[in-house]
Design a protein. Structure first.
Length: 89
């Protein structure tokens, strides 16, 4: 698939895996750095693999954005508080 990195992908932690005559090369690039365009790995070649590390929010499963994570936390706290109130009645 082609396209942009999703909002859950870490643009600072992109790994390019390239097959060369001498073997496999892995190179990490930071797409937020302006000097990345000078890297020989900036322009992709046929059969290059691209791995984009997920952001911590995605690996924790808390949400795609800070607002979603905050909403999840508030919902859980509200549910817990409601449970405590109902048990005391």
């Amino acid at each position: 698939n082609s396209g942009d990195i999703t909002i859950t992908g870490d643009r600072k932690a992109v790994t390019i895996i390239r097959q060369t005559p001498t073997g496999t090369e892995m190179h990490d690039i930071d797409l937020t750095d302006i000097h990345v365009m000078q890297s020989p790995y900036y322009n992709l070649q046929p059969n290059d693999y691209i791995y984009v590390k997920p952001l911590k929010q995605k690996t924790w499963g808390t949400g795609k954005t800070g607002i979603e994570s905050l909403s999840t936390i508030i919902t859980l706290l509200s549910l817990f508080t409601t449970g405590l109130v109902l048990l005391k009645l």
